[in-house]
Design a protein around this ligand. Structure first.
Ligand SMILES: Cc1cc2nc3c(=O)[nH]c(=O)nc-3n(C[C@H](O)[C@H](O)[C@H](O)COP(=O)(O)O)c2cc1C
Length: 186
């Protein structure tokens, strides 16, 4: 089971980057191999139909597409911007979806999110389900959210709350089982 994982965040000290690192480790403990990417690797311009007509899908989006294609499943940790999906992630989904079928079509995916707010970034994760499911991703019903993220990680990047860390392990292990079952059936 190969899982492609990235945080849809560019900030160096991003909470979502911390969270996806922990999720990647949890997936490995559950028996998966993980391709953990840095979203900076997929730098791309804003979607523009004229650019697409003139020169096709840009290199960053091609690279992102290839990483999805090379995996059986994927995990994305996303921030919430203005109650919704961050623009950089939506833009990336839009570009990659121009090569049909979408690279994630039929692939199991797990969404995670982290935010300093008291209610977390769940709305951002819910908004992210729409374009991914609309283009065929088989998203795991459970999601994992870290609220008050500025206080959730210790100096090493681990979750301070042991119960929350155990819950992350459980959600990710459940996802790996779900993904393995789907991949076997395909
Ligand atoms: C443009 C913008 C909009 C934001 N809107 C929200 C929001 O709606 N809900 C929320 O919980 N946090 C919001 N935030 C705060 C982010 O959760 C916070 O910046 C977080 O650290 C971003 O994720 P990262 O740590 O992975 O970079 C917003 C931040 C920015 C820059």
């Amino acid at each position: 089971m190969r899982v492609f994982a990235f945080a849809a965040a560019l900030r160096r000290d991003s909470f979502n980057r911390k969270l996806i690192r922990l999720a990647a480790q949890a997936a490995e403990r559950a028996g998966a191999s993980v391709d953990h990417a840095d979203f900076h690797e997929f730098d791309m311009p804003l979607y523009d139909g004229d650019v697409e007509a003139a020169s096709g899908i840009p290199a960053g989006a091609q690279k992102l597409r290839e990483r999805f294609l090379g995996a059986d499943a994927f995990m994305i940790s996303t921030p919430e911007y203005n109650y919704s999906i961050p623009g950089v992630l939506k833009n990336a989904i839009d570009w990659v979806s121009r090569a049909t079928p979408a690279a994630w079509r039929g692939k199991p995916g797990l969404l995670l999110s982290a935010s300093p707010s008291l209610v977390g970034a769940n709305r951002g994760a819910w908004a992210t389900r729409v374009p991914l499911e609309g283009t065929g991703a088989m998203l795991y019903p459970d999601m994992f959210a870290v609220a008050t993220a500025h206080d959730a990680f210790d100096q090493t990047g681990a979750l301070k709350d042991a119960k929350m860390a155990a819950r992350l392990d459980k959600v990710v292990a459940g996802f790996v089982t779900f993904a393995s079952a789907l991949v076997k059936r395909a």
